[in-house]
Design a protein around this ligand. Structure first.
Ligand SMILES: NC(=O)c1ccc[n+]([C@@H]2O[C@H](COP(=O)([O-])OP(=O)(O)OC[C@H]3O[C@@H](n4cnc5c(N)ncnc54)[C@H](O)[C@@H]3O)[C@@H](O)[C@H]2O)c1
Length: 307
């Protein structure tokens, strides 16, 4: 409620050359009255029963791509979650509760009549949305589904994508088991020669997952490699291998490699693109992500990493 999923559905449908279908609207058509009236005259359980029926029908296989915009409470049904789990790509348009409340208060929606009820619903539903989502898109990017969809490629079951929005550029973050060995860590449309920066330990463990690299640069593992002297080694190796501004630095390792390679990418020829492949928990949940320190601007942007 209030996330902008109708907008996101329209945007996705336009990108896919189809028309979006809205479950709430279909329920209203089926029961021949607006949702507020259904709640008032028939009660929420009656609305939920029709919503479940309509949603499952709409999720059935159909020719060509279909974009279905679900009601906010639809995923509370086990049968709907089961249907979603079978074949569908589920996009969660993630909105913070204050923004959502500011958008829906006073709108006359039955479940947005008071702040306490709204906040409780949000808290109850958020973990359910997180559990069913294959792709998470922040609400402020709900109109930019074409870019999101183009980053998905043929997303295998179990892989997840978080669309990261930052002031200095958006990028996809891919999560899943075996991404590296299966080569599924790369945005499908991203082209350019790849220059790998890693450390000795990680390079030995995972370096074989890469083929066709323009160069490999390995520093000593550990904190002592996060210095300007090591940055100079990396710059020199990149230059020796002929890296240009059209090429891409690939940072494979923990926070040290990510910080060092990011800094080098940001400062090489006034900045080149880079992709982070974080191999430690610290890097996976913290240092590889942009925003707070503008630390991760892979794929589509010139980077501006700070050590
Ligand atoms: N930029 C940021 O926002 C940010 C945030 C948090 C931390 N950091 C920085 O990150 C650094 C710490 O990162 P870290 O904890 O990842 O340390 P690290 O990069 O030094 O890695 C720790 C050790 O683990 C090894 N290693 C890495 N991946 C491995 C794997 N998959 N299997 C086996 N060994 C592996 C490395 O070779 C290294 O010896 C610090 O320099 C810190 O300042 C930066």
């Amino acid at each position: 409620m209030g996330s902008g999923k109708t907008t996101a559905a329209r945007s996705a449908a336009t990108a896919l050359g189809t028309e979006p279908v809205d479950v709430d609207r279909e329920v209203e058509l089926r029961l021949s009255k607006p949702i507020a009236q259904i709640f008032a005259e028939d009660g929420e359980p009656a609305f939920r029963a029709t919503e479940e029926e309509v949603t499952i029908e709409l999720l059935r296989e159909r020719p060509g791509p279909a974009v279905v915009s679900l009601g906010g409470g639809a995923v509370c049904s086990g049968r709907v979650r089961q249907a979603l789990g079978q074949r569908q790509l589920v996009v969660w348009v993630d909105v913070d509760p204050d923004t959502a409340w500011a958008r829906v208060q006073g709108s006359g929606r039955p479940l947005a009549s008071d702040h306490a009820t709204f906040a409780r619903l949000y808290a109850e539903r958020e973990p359910i949305y997180a559990s069913v989502a294959d792709v998470t898109v922040p609400a402020e990017r709900s109109e930019q589904m074409a870019a999101v969809l183009s980053a998905l490629g043929d997303l295998p079951a179990g892989d997840r994508v978080l669309w990261a929005a930052s002031a200095s550029g958006d990028y996809p973050a891919y999560m899943g088991r075996g991404l590296l060995t299966a080569g599924r860590f790369w945005p499908p449309q991203l082209e350019g020669r790849r220059f790998l920066v890693t450390d000795g330990t990680v390079g030995r463990l995972y370096g074989d997952a890469f083929s066709g690299l323009a160069a490999r640069v390995a520093v000593m593992p550990g904190e002592q490699s996060k210095t300007v002297a090591h940055a100079e080694i990396v710059w020199t190796e990149l230059a020796r291998a002929g890296m240009t501004r059209d090429d891409i630095v690939v940072a494979l390792g923990g926070g040290v490699v990510g910080d060092l390679a990011g800094f080098c990418a940001a400062t090489y020829q006034r900045g080149v693109r880079y992709v982070q492949i974080p191999t430690t928990l610290v890097a996976q949940v913290d240092s590889a992500y942009g925003g707070k320190r503008r630390s991760s601007l892979p794929a589509t942007q010139r980077s501006s990493k700070r050590l």
